[in-house]
Design a protein around this ligand. Structure first.
Ligand SMILES: Cc1cc2nc3c(=O)[nH]c(=O)nc-3n(C[C@H](O)[C@H](O)[C@H](O)COP(=O)(O)OP(=O)(O)OC[C@H]3O[C@@H](n4cnc5c(N)ncnc54)[C@H](O)[C@@H]3O)c2cc1C
Length: 415
């Protein structure tokens, strides 16, 4: 079977990897280079313990309250686009405890085998930089700490081999030297991982090439037609046909679907980050600054700082320095001192593909069953790349068995 995958981010590459293993003749098309968008620009956490949907009780009021603060970690870009307003309204409807818990169930089920799948990929020669250090979360507010501790308790019931502990007083000072004395405390999780996301997309690209996947890079694709058993993709002046097409173009997915008059419920969630040089007194293991929503990931050659969630209607990649600098400005609320930088760091940005209920879309387009969608992974696209790719390969051969297929279906939203 001939299959085209549009998008060489973590999701498209993982889909190509598993489709090829399932015997498909696979071509990957990307407008740029593999991992050049969000998949290479993120915190690199593989976190089954954070399998929670973005829409959560209290999330929207917080985002709206912070709308006017130019350096806030969470905000909603104003727009009068009816589609975008409809999206935000649907998201608001998902900010209930019941919807949050239902979403947690689906995401934790999807992520339950991801660590094993990453190990299997590594054993198969997919080369990437990975770390197993525990993840430490720091809180300035005791109520936030209690709330998250309760969430982790729930997670323990969903995720095998997952452990966590409370960090207070001397434990906290020992685990994370240099924290401010006013901190409410910390939580440490065992069973999550971190990796260099760019190394993952490079490793997957190399493994796909090794296995015979063809790449067409620097070529913008758009669907031209989809009839039963044949889908045609426009790539510049060329038209390529295949039995199936997987659209895994992240926040750009609707631009590709527009070619056949289709669309899915998708918005973008803009994030920012910095890559800082390694320093001897810098952080030694991954940390999350809860109120600031900042992730810190020490890697072999740099320390990555990432965060911010800005809901927007399009795919605007403009960098707001004020917003990005909000990440760095949040550090003194947690640390007495932060290693000084020889030169000011340059921020980068990444667009997360967002859905109104915080669950990815993995499945066929309602009216075009040979067009499979794999997007909407929000803050979990790296974590969920292997199980998503495997599920796409199962769907392509008609053997998908996940009990959550309807929760992931493209037609679950009213557009
Ligand atoms: C600041 C930040 C921190 C994050 N931290 C984490 C984390 O710690 N853990 C985690 O799991 N997730 C994290 N995420 C989320 C994660 O990065 C995303 O969910 C994930 O990268 C989405 O992957 P993707 O393959 O769907 O999309 P993308 O990486 O955006 O890839 C889409 C690809 O499609 C291509 N494309 C677009 N249009 C076209 C076209 N017309 N033709 C051909 N190709 C096209 C693009 O060039 C791109 O390569 C974070 C995100 C951000 C922004």
């Amino acid at each position: 079977m001939k299959t085209i995958v549009i998008g060489a981010g973590a999701i498209g590459l993982s889909s190509a990897y598993y489709l090829r293993k399932a015997g498909h003749e696979v071509t990957v098309i990307d407008a740029g280079q593999p991992g050049a968008k969000a998949s290479g620009h993120n915190a690199g956490w593989v976190v089954p313990s954070m399998s929670t949907p973005v829409p959560a009780p209290g999330m929207m009021p917080q985002a709206l309250r912070w709308m006017l603060r130019k350096d806030s970690p969470l905000y909603v870009s104003p727009s009068i686009s009816p589609k975008y307003l409809g999206f935000m309204l649907q998201m608001l409807r998902n900010c209930t405890t019941a919807r949050f818990e239902a979403g947690l169930e689906v995401l934790s089920h999807l992520s339950r085998e991801t660590l094993q799948l990453f190990d299997d990929m590594a054993a198969d020669g997919v080369s990437f930089e990975a770390h197993n250090d525990p993840l430490t979360m720091l809180y300035t507010s005791a109520s936030n700490l209690d709330k998250h501790a309760a969430e982790l308790e729930t997670m323990e019931g969903h995720i095998e081999d997952f452990k966590w502990r409370l960090l207070e007083g001397s434990d906290l000072a020992r685990e994370v030297p240099g924290t401010v004395p006013q901190l409410a405390g910390g939580l440490q999780t065992y069973g999550d991982r971190s990796l260099d996301p760019a190394s993952l997309t490079q490793g997957l690209t190399a493994a796909c090439r090794r296995d015979g996947v063809e790449f067409r890079l620097g070529r913008r694709a758009r669907l031209r037609s989809a009839t039963h058993g044949s889908v045609t993709v426009e790539v510049g002046q060329e038209a390529l046909s295949a039995d199936k097409v997987v659209v895994a173009a992240g926040a750009w997915t609707n631009e590709i679907l527009a070619g056949i008059g289709s669309s899915i419920a998708l918005a973008s969630g803009k994030g920012y980050g910095y890559d800082l040089p390694l320093q001897p007194d810098g952080p030694q293991h991954p940390m999350y600054l809860a109120e600031a929503k900042v992730a810190i990931t020490p890697l072999n050659s740099k320390v990555r700082i990432a965060g911010t969630m800005g809901f927007g209607k399009g795919t605007n990649e403009r960098i707001s320095r004020v917003r990005a600098e909000g990440l760095l400005k949040s550090l003194p609320a947690y640390f007495t001192q932060w290693p000084s930088l020889p030169t000011p760091a340059e921020p980068w940005t990444g667009l997360r593909p967002m859905t109104p209920d915080g669950l990815p879309i993995i499945g066929p387009l309602p009216k075009h069953h040979d067009v499979l969608i794999a997007t909407g992974h929000a803050m979990l696209g790296v974590s969920l790349a292997p199980p998503t790719g495997r599920l796409i390969a199962e769907l392509a051969v008609g053997e998908a068995s996940s009990r959550h297929l309807s929760s992931l279906a493209a037609d679950r939203f009213k557009l």
